[in-house]
Design a protein around this ligand. Sequence first.
Ligand code: AMP
Ligand code: MG
Length: 402
Amino acid sequence: MAELQPVEAALTTLLDDVAPLPTELVSCSHAAGRVLSDAVPARLDVPPFDSSAMDGYALHHDDAGRSLPITQRITAGTIVQPLSPKSCARIFTGGELPPGADCVVMQERVEEKDNLAAIPADIPAGDNIRRRGRDVRADASLLDAGVRLDAAALGHLAGQGITEVVVRRRPRVALLSTGDEIVEPGQPLAPGQIYNSNRPMLKELLERFGGEVVLVASVPDNPEGTRDTLSRAAREVDVVISTGGVSVGEEDHVRAALESIGRLDLWRLAIRPGKPLALGRLPGEGGRTVRFIGLPGNPVSCFVGAWLFLRPLMGALLGCPALAKLPTLSARADFATNTGPRRHYMRVALEFGEQGVVAKAFRDQNSGVLSSCVGADALAVIPEQSRIAPGDIVDCLWLRVD
Ligand code: AMP
Ligand code: MG
C-alpha cells in the first residue's frame, strides 16, 4: 500500500463503478452549466421557413435580367402572399420568401424607380436564401445526452421553443478542512496560524466542474474528531473531499479514520506536487457508497489534485465525457527540468504565437508556492525519469472548462 501509485491507476480506482446521478427537470433559464441526461430531439425546422439572407428583392430566377414591378414589401415577420410571375417583392433580411420566388438579389445591385426594380441577369436559383431546416431538422437530434449546456446550447433550445430540460442532479459535495492551524478569512490570525486558502479555491473549482458544495466543515487534528466529521458529512452528500492530514505525520488522521469507518482504496501517488492523496469510500445514507478524496493540505497540491481527480469524478457523476477528460495540447517548453520517480505537473502559461504554442513555466515551481497557480493555463506533464530542455515538446493538460 505504501508504494507510489501512478495517476492512471488512481483514476481507474476512483471512477470504478461510479454511476451517473439521478435526473431532475429544470427551467432553461436556470440550466446554464447543467448536463443533459438524455438526447433532446428537435421539434421544429430551424429556420422554420425559407427566408432572405439580405436586404434586396425576391423573384423567380427565370425573371432575372428585366425590370419587374414590385408587388409586395416583406419585412421580417410579415405574412407573405404568393408572388405572381414577372414581378418581384422588396424583401429585408429575415423576411419569409414568398411562394413563387426562389432567389434574392441584394439591393446594392438593383436600380429602383417608379415601383420598378431593374434586376441584373444571371441570378441563380437559391441565391441569398436561408433554407428552411438548414440548421436543424425537425426529426433530428438537437443536443446529445451528456452535453453541458453552454451559451450556444441554451440558444439552440430556445430556438425550438423549449423551456424545460431534464438534467443530471448536481453532485453534492462536502468540503472538509483539516488542520488545527487553519483559520477562516475574517478571523484574526494568531502566531502559527494560516488562513484557509483551499476552501474557496476548491469551492470555485468544484462549481466550475458542475458540483455544488453543500457542506463545509473544519476538522480538528484528532482521531475522533476526524472520524465523526467524515461519517457525518458522508450522510449528507455524494462526495466528501478533505484537505490535509493525509500524510504520515502524527497529526495526520484522515487515512486511519477512513480505514476505520469506510475503505481506503489507494494512497500516495507518484506525482509532484500532490503525493499524499487518498482515495476511498464512506458509508452514506441508506447504504449508498460515497466517494472520498483526501487531497493534500498544501494549496498547490490541492489545486493540481482537483484538476486531476475532482474534475473526472464530477464528469462521471454527471455523465459528461467532456468534463471527465481534460483537454490536452502539445507545446514547446521554455524551461529546462529533470524528473525522478514522480511525474511532475508544472504550472505553465500558454502563449499562442506564430511559431506555435509555448509553455512558459512559472519561475518558482515549489509545491508551497500558490502564486504558480494564479493565471496558470495548463499543467505541463513531465514524465517520470526524464530530462526536458528548452524547445522540447511537452504534453499539457489545458486548465479550461468548456
Ligand atoms: P498537511 O497535509 O495537513 O500536513 O498540510 C500540508 C501543508 O499545507 C501545511 O503546511 C499546512 O499548514 C498547509 N495547509 C493545510 N491545509 C491548508 C489550507 N486549507 N489552506 C492553506 N494551507 C493549508
Ligand atoms: Mg495538517
